[in-house]
Structure formats: C-alpha cells, structure tokens
Design a protein around this ligand. Structure first.
Ligand code: ADP
Length: 587
C-alpha cells in the first residue's frame, strides 16, 4: 500500500467516538468515501465506508482491541491503493498488500503487530530496465515503454500509466534503477517509473470486453472435457469441507495454462493458509521447470486476521491481476473462499445496523459479488493488445447446502460451475466434481478451439459421453429398485460403458505423477477409446453375444489404466486394437 508517503495531505485530525470490533466512528474528520485513514494512537489502517454529517464510519483492517474513544484519526486523503511494479510475483502479501516476509523481519514474528506499514514492493531494490522506446517515439496510455526481467519466468512490462496523457518520448534510460527512479520522460512533462499506484476499488481501464474463444486449459479431464472455463471467464467451486476445494484450486494454480496466477487465500482457517504459504514456494512450475512462485502472487488473509481485511484482499488481488492483464498476459485468479468475504460483509453490515437481507447478509451482497466477477474477462487493452483475467471463486456453503445466499448469488453471475460433491469424495471419486449438477456456458463458444486444435469430432464425442452419463443417471433409479439384472441387455451394456466413463475418464488422481495432468489430446483420445469399446460392444450385442461375455473381454479393464499411462498414445492404440479383436472374435 502506498498511502503512507502521502501523509502530508492530512487535513484536520478527527476524533474516535466509538469502536465496535472492526468498525470505528469518528467525528470532525474531513474525509471522502473510501479514503484511507490511520486510526488511534497506533495508527491502524482503515477505510472510510460511510459519512453522515459530522460522523464518519471506518472499517479497520487491523485488530482494534484497546483502541478507544478520544484517540485521533488521521486522514491520508487517498483511496486504498496498491503498489504495482516488479517484485509482486514471488511475493506473499496480507490483505492490504504488506509483504509478509518484510513484516516478519520488522516484527521478528509471523504474528503481525499493528500499525506496521510496509510498501507493497521493494523501493530500494534495483531492477534491470530495458527500454522498448526511443527518443521521439509517440506513446499513449497503456503503451509498453520497457521490459524488466521480473522473475526467471516472467518479463514485467513497464507501461505508460492509464491516467497519463502520453506524448513524445523526450528522455529514456537503460540499466539498473529502483522502482521510484524515472526511466522515461514525455513531452507532456510526465515521468514514468517502473512503479504505479492504483485505487483497488476502481477497475483499471481496458478497451472492449471480447467474447472469450479459448479455453483455460486446466489439464483436468472433467473440467476441460465437460465443463470448460474460458480464458477470461468466471467459475465457482462450491463444496463442503473435505470435498477437494483446495486440491482443485491448487491443481488450477499449477497446471492451468495461465501466464500469471494470483491466489487469494481469504479467511480460510489459519492452518490451511499456512499450508499454501509453505507449499507454494516449494512447488515447481510444470510448464517451465522454474519455481511456481515465479509466476504467482499470493495474498494470504487467515481467519485470525480481522474480517475487514478479507474485503481488501479480494480487491487487492483483482487489481494486481488487472495490472498483469494490461501487460497482455492471461491471468488466472483464485479466491478461496468468497464465503469468508461475504461473512465479513455481513459482520460489518450488522455492526452498521443496516437492514439485513437474506440470512443476515447485506442487501448489496449480490452487487458486491457481481462487481468482483465483472472485472474478469478477455479484453482488448487500451494499447491494442489482448489480455485476460479468469476468475475462479471457491464457495464454502455451510453444511454443503447450495441453496444458501452466497452460492445462489454466485451462481447467477458465473458461467462455469464446478459442483464438488461430498458423496463422491467419500467414495474416493476425485476430482469430486458432480457431472449432473455442474455446467459450463462456455462449451459452445469453445468448441471451435477444440475442433481446430484437437479433433474435428470433439463436440459430437463429448455429447455422446454426456448422453451416456445422463442415461446412466436415469437407469440408476431403476437399478436401485429392481437390480441390474432386470434391465434389458442393451441398458446393462450402457451401464458398463458409463462406468468406464466415470472411472477411467472422469476420475483423475492429482497425486499421481502422470495422471495429475492430462493434455487436451489425451483427454480426447481416452474418450474415443471408451467410445470404441461402446461401438464394438453394441455390434457384438447385435450379433447375439450375451452382455457378460462382452464385458468380460480381457482388454476392457485396461481402459482404467489410460490415465496413468506414460506412453499413452501407444497404450491407447493397443487397447483399441485388442478391444476390436477380442470383441469381434465373439461372433
Ligand atoms: P477441502 O479443501 O474441500 O476441504 P481438500 O482439497 O483438502 O478438501 O481435499 C481433501 C482430500 O481429498 C485431499 O487431502 C486428497 O486426499 C483428496 N483429494 C481431493 N482431490 C483430489 C484429487 N483430484 N485427486 C486425488 N485426491 C484428491
């Protein structure tokens, strides 16, 4: 956060009138909505959320115990902003963009003390700036003026800030500089540094939103194959505890073909977030072999941090994502969990004694959620380039009940819904994404990508799988009543095919070296192998072969080993040949 430097702009101090948890009221404060203020003798950071006459209400991003009436409130006159510049990748921040390692050094403990400020990016570190413009070039807002190798994986693009006028380049530097030193000067008198600030509640300007046509390839068969997310799309993962939310989000962070990952751990239990903080820095990036953190920014706000900070971490995260989008990158943002953020809104709202909406959540819950997801998208950027932000929000409905307000409001906004299912998880069917309840509204617009890049008959093949799974769902009801053997022979076969779809195709083991990632070609080939079994099996049935003989062929169970097969092309070719040979021998 960058407001610390601007303290000179302080108007008259206000005085605290009351303190109620994270909500503080002050009198005589000359402030505007969303101004950042420092509260109390310790200078705790807060944000103005309501002004009524002489009374200003503030939500405080730090623990307020011991703070009392009569203490001063200082206004910075600046909105809550993030520091944007090289060094954000490979960083772990708290909800107000204070780097955890810097704070730890300052405090000597992981338990953050109050009133400690630290800039979001290192102001002293020197970075190698390679200019991309020359004196005399005309530049406009959003144009790239130089490159900084930020990490081993990512080049950071230094841009003309979106709120600049732009003009002719009158001076340009090359070499090592801190983020505060000027590297490019313009005829407008504007100076460009490697560092920008941006108010978190304001979306960074972009040109048109475009219809996304490329999938965010996740490497997970059920997601890519049945319920795809577009690059620039929105998705929600609701799921009860233990259903695999964390593993699913981490698989996305690791394997999805995004350039940049912003991972917001928002208010989940302290130990879960600690796991992420400890695990991520150890993980290699499977795409490059470099550390995963070289393209990742982590924002960690555990549930023992004050509730108001959950809100700021969501906004901080999305603003950082927009900044990398502006460089032309495809960014994937994961928020785990948006339910904790909604609970924070509920708490603040009840302390403000606002009229409660459904289940005590404020009436503006839906608007706040949609404003957040609205910042996702595939954009034509102001510099003419393209970039995208895909947003994946985890939802933790109490008791796994999807009818509660956060899940329901999220469902109205997002276009991909990955419903995690406790029963599937209990049966060790992973990922426990329920294929009957989940959906993706991107399917049709992404099909041309699959046709062009994977297989001409992708859409028909997938539809075949969907139909078989639907039929299985209907048949299961009958089976439960009368048993499988009472079914006609063709339906018995359909159940067998559906079983392979579930066990060999939809199930995928995140903990297996090979199976953990499945490229789109393999996803398609595994499906066509099961379809070959289906087609050959029904031919055999038509020729009078009894179903038990068909399902007993030796090659069939090998379908279950396709996912873990390293040399999958040969392996699948061989299974298909064996299946044909063995089934045709039966008649
Ligand atoms: P949640 O975050 O919803 O509480 P987790 O993501 O921690 O649940 O998952 C619980 C457990 O389920 C994991 O420890 C792991 O053993 C298993 N699991 C979840 N997803 C997968 C997967 N895709 N492959 C293999 N195991 C999984």
């Amino acid at each position: 956060m960058s407001q610390a430097e601007d303290i000179e702009s302080v108007d008259e101090d206000g005085v605290i009138e009351s303190v109620s948890g994270p909500v503080v009221t002050a009198t005589d404060l000359d402030a505007r909505m969303n101004d950042v203020v420092y509260v109390g003798d310790e200078g705790l950071m807060g944000e103005v959320i309501e002004i009524e006459g002489n009374l200003t209400t503030i939500q405080v991003y730090e623990e307020t115990s011991g703070v009392g009436p009569g203490e001063p409130v200082e206004n910075t006159g600046e909105p809550l902003s993030v520091d944007l510049g090289p060094g954000m990748l490979d960083s772990i921040y708290d909800g107000v963009q204070r780097p955890l390692d810097v704070l730890e050094d300052k405090m000597g403990t992981a338990f953050l003390d109050r009133g400690v400020d630290a800039p979001g990016i290192d102001l002293e570190k020197e970075w190698e700036f390679e200019p991309e413009v020359e004196e005399g070039d005309e530049v406009e807002p959003g144009d790239v003026v130089g490159i900084v190798p930020e990490t081993v994986t990512i080049d950071h693009k230094v841009m003309v800030p979106p709120d600049y006028e732009g003009g002719e380049v009158t001076a340009v530097e090359s070499g090592e500089f801190t983020v505060e030193e000027t590297v490019v000067e313009l005829s407008s008198g504007e100076e460009i540094q490697m560092h920008q600030e941006w108010p978190v509640r304001e979306a960074r300007p972009a040109g048109n939103k475009e219809t996304p046509t490329e999938p965010l390839v996740t490497g997970q068969r059920v997601q890519d194959g049945l319920f795809p997310l577009a690059k620039g799309g929105t998705a929600a993962i609701p799921g009860p505890f233990g259903s695999g939310k964390t593993v699913t989000q981490q698989q996305l962070a690791k394997w999805s073909d995004a350039d940049i990952v912003v991972y917001i751990g928002c208010g989940e239990r302290g130990n879960e977030m600690t796991e992420v903080i400890e695990d991520f820095p150890e993980l290699p990036d499977p795409q490059t072999g470099n550390p995963l953190m070289a393209r990742t920014c982590l924002i960690a706000n555990t549930s023992n941090m004050p509730v108001a900070a959950r809100e700021s971490c969501i906004y901080t995260g999305i603003t950082i994502a927009e900044y990398y989008r502006d460089m032309g990158y495809d960014v994937a943002l994961m928020a785990d969990s948006t339910s904790r953020w909604a609970e924070a809104m509920r708490e603040i709202s009840s302390r403000l004694e606002e009229m409660p909406g459904e289940e005590g959540y404020p009436a503006y819950l839906a608007a706040a959620l949609s404003e957040f997801y609205e910042r996702a998208g595939k954009f034509q950027l102001i510099n003419g380039d393209e970039g995208s932000i895909s947003v994946v929000g985890a939802v933790s409905p109490p008791g796994g009940d999807f009818s509660e307000p956060v899940t329901q409001n999220t469902l109205r906004i997002v276009k991909t819904f990955w419903a995690l299912d406790a029963d599937l998880a209990e049966r060790r069917h992973f990922p426990s994404i329920n294929w009957n309840e989940s959906y993706s509204l991107y399917k049709d617009q992404l099909d041309p990508w699959w046709t062009d890049n994977v297989a001409d008959d992708w859409a028909e093949t997938r539809q075949w799988a969907v139909d078989v799974l639907d039929e299985e769902d209907e048949l299961q009801e009958i089976v439960q009543l009368v048993g499988k053997d009472a079914l006609p022979e063709d339906q018995q076969l359909t159940l067998e095919v559906a079983r392979y779809l579930r066990e060999a195709w939809l199930q995928q083991n995140a903990l297996h070296d090979v199976d953990t990632y499945c490229e789109p070609e393999k996803t398609y080939r595994m499906l066509t192998a099961i379809k070959t079994f289906n087609d050959e099996a029904f031919d055999a049935l038509d020729a009078g072969v009894p179903p038990e003989e068909i399902t007993d062929v030796e090659a069939a169970p090998k379908l279950n080993r396709m996912g873990t097969a390293e040399e999958w092309e040969e392996f699948i070719d061989e299974i298909e040949n064996d299946l044909k040979e063995q089934l045709r021998e039966l008649y």
